[in-house]
Write a new protein. Structure first.
Length: 212
């Protein structure tokens, strides 16, 4: 069942700086969510820790749902009450996925898709992540996609040197017809990205082999 704005984050998980909200913060976020401008679809925040060689089941066990938001105000209420991308430890990732989809390559709704993978210098990560979140919930990529395609999520992964921001789409076959990369540069004209490239989910070595 999708988490809602009234469901506190599981404080028993052992993730570094896991979001744990006070009752006062939850009440404030609920009010902002209920009175906010509705998003086109709901979006769900997730948190995970990447463990090299883990099985798909182990990855899912490490995947923690934070909240599902349904309004712009609700989105900002959650965003402003969880640690920033510059505050979580190396190997951790935040995901924002459309509705309550899980950030798993092999899921039926993801398996035909892929991600634009954007390497970021650490000084730029927070800015890039925030801009991609806003672009996703505001459907700013909709006119940069081919007919039949859709952005279904964004991810930020903290790594030792350069961090990684990903934009998920549902149909890898249509990625070459998109102008998503141009849109990213337009949204972030002052950011110098070390690399941007597209990768299909089914080309990952771990895809459908029970390992990530």
């Amino acid at each position: 069942m999708a988490a809602t704005m009234s469901d506190p984050v599981d404080s028993s998980c052992d993730f570094s700086k896991s979001p744990v909200f006070t009752t006062e913060a939850i009440n404030k976020m609920e009010n902002q969510e209920n009175e906010g401008v509705p998003l086109q679809t709901a979006w769900t925040f997730w948190l995970d820790k990447s463990v090299h060689g883990s099985s798909a089941a182990e990855f899912q066990a490490n995947l923690k749902k934070i909240y599902t938001v349904r309004s712009a105000q609700g989105f900002w209420a959650v965003y402003n009450n969880i640690p920033g991308a510059d505050e979580i430890q190396v190997r951790y990732s935040y995901h924002l996925m459309r509705e309550d989809r899980k950030p798993l390559w092999e899921e039926p709704y993801n398996r035909r898709g892929g991600t634009w993978r954007i390497k970021c210098q650490k000084r730029d990560t927070t800015k890039v992540w925030r801009e991609m979140l806003v672009a996703a919930i505001g459907e700013q990529f909709s006119d940069a996609l081919a007919d039949g395609d859709e952005i279904c999520g964004v991810t930020v992964s903290v790594r030792d040197r350069e961090d990684l921001v990903q934009i998920w789409n549902i149909n890898a076959d249509l990625s070459e017809k998109s102008t998503v990369i141009s849109r990213v540069h337009r949204l972030l004209p002052d950011v110098d990205f070390p690399a941007i490239f597209y990768k299909r989910h089914d080309t990952h070595q771990a895809f459908e082999k029970g390992r990530r």
